[in-house]
Design a binder for this molecule. Structure first.
Ligand code: GCO
Ligand code: MG
Length: 404
């Protein structure tokens, strides 16, 4: 094509929580939107884009998505890592958005068209006590969800990440210094299998139940947990061990048949490679925006498909509605998509990011608007500026730091 990128700008907005958004404009008058939000490290990605990538985009042909991806990834001496890959992902999303708008087609059509009618989603239910958790699960089921992530409190701990004492939770708190929590793995391991058994007894067999261990366990602890929760028939057990060491999953696999899901903090296909080719996981959890965009997620899905691994992307409220749209376009067109996480958004987020995608009865659809199908209300976005917010950190009972 003869179109050219004429502007690339970064927007920071905080309609309830912080989002970093990339806006690419072309000479033909098209606008592409990308999500560049990296929870708690927003300004690092904003600077990476503003200072380093945006100047390199000016004058480029927006239609050459793959070449731009290769230029930004392969062309860079310092590559990989969450900050870099989120920035590359934002550019990739914006260019797919532009390509769809130029063609007058939703992105999923450009990816080969729908292979399913709708995308199955799971959402979160939390409750400090098992009884509250069962009530939260019932509420989710009434909304039509067929899958739910269940997290509870742990006796003896004051707080547990991602579990509010009341309904719902927000994964980051305002301020420039993180909150500190106390963590006790032994107490967690003693408690959680009973909670999951109670939830399963409450729901009956059909509802898909998921649980997230947030990388806190050693391999043998993970194996023990996997075995202990087998009667609850989980859809998956998520992030059992810290992400750096894929080899240890072999030990976990040797002891349990619980399906494993890993990868929300991974940034490249290469981090998934061994987990997939050795079938050490069942679900690759890459977020479309944190792992290099639609172009990269499709490559991950293609590799995973060879090994019967599913792609089931991360979708908490810190993944903006733009990335959610991108994730859904990929999901609709990808045979080995498993399930999409959908935590939901506060109402003011839906107002800033007006989207064509929808959530009905526990299923999602990207919509049929050209491109990604999200429009950003810039005036409304400008009304709520960036306010620092961070995820908590956790220490063991002796005061030493524990893994995420
Ligand atoms: C999940 C996640 C989130 C993350 C959060 C961090 O499975 O949804 O683990 O709760 O902790 O996205 O930014
Ligand atoms: Mg998780």
């Amino acid at each position: 094509t003869t179109d050219r990128i004429v502007a690339a700008e970064v927007l920071l907005t905080s309609p309830g929580r912080n989002y970093v958004t990339l806006k690419i404009s072309t000479a033909d008058g098209l606008t592409g939107w990308g999500d560049a939000t990296l929870n708690g490290r927003e300004l690092a990605v904003a600077a990476y884009l503003r200072e380093h990538l945006c100047p390199q985009l000016i004058g480029r042909d927006p239609a050459r998505i793959e070449d731009t991806w290769q230029y930004l990834y392969r062309g860079a001496y310092w590559r990989r890592g969450p900050v870099t890959m989120t920035a590359v992902g934002a550019v990739d999303l914006a260019l797919w958005d532009i390509k769809g708008k130029a063609a007058g087609l939703p992105v999923y059509q450009l990816l080969g068209g729908a292979v399913r009618d709708r995308v199955r989603a799971y959402t979160h239910a939390t409750g400090w006590e098992a009884g509250q958790l069962c009530d939260a699960v019932d509420a989710v089921r009434e909304r039509g969800f067929t899958a739910v992530r269940v997290q509870s409190g742990v006796p003896g701990l004051d707080s547990v990440y991602g579990v509010g004492r009341g309904p719902g939770y927000e994964p980051a708190t305002r301020g420039t210094v993180p909150a500190e929590e106390v963590w006790d793995t032994a107490a967690y391991l003693r408690h959680v299998p009973g909670v999951l058994a109670e939830v399963r007894a409450h729901t009956g067999p059909e509802l898909a139940l998921l649980h997230d261990a947030h990388h806190r366990l050693t391999p043998i602890e993970a194996a023990r947990l996997g075995k202990a929760v087998e009667p609850a028939d989980l859809y998956w057990l998520e992030d059992v061990t810290p992400a750096e060491n894929p080899d240890v999953l072999r030990r976990v696999r040797a002891h349990t048949t619980v399906p494993l899901a890993i990868g929300e903090v991974f940034s490249t296909l290469w981090e998934f490679q061994q987990l997939i080719t050795e079938q050490l996981i069942d679900h690759a959890r890459a977020a479309v925006t944190h792992s290099g965009g639609i172009s990269a997620l499709r490559r991950l899905a293609a590799l995973a498909d060879v090994w019967q691994v599913k792609v089931s992307p991360h979708g908490p409220s810190d993944v903006s509605p733009i990335a959610m749209a991108a994730s859904l376009h990929v999901a609709l067109a990808t045979p080995n998509h498993g399930i999409q996480e959908y935590m939901g958004y506060p109402e003011q987020v839906h107002e800033v990011f007006r989207h064509d995608w929808s959530c009905t009865g526990g299923h999602l659809h990207p919509g049929d608007a050209p491109g990604l199908g999200v429009d950003v209300d810039e005036a409304l976005a400008a009304r709520s500026g960036y306010e620092p917010a961070l995820l908590p950190v956790a220490r063991r009972r002796d005061g030493s730091m524990t893994d995420w």
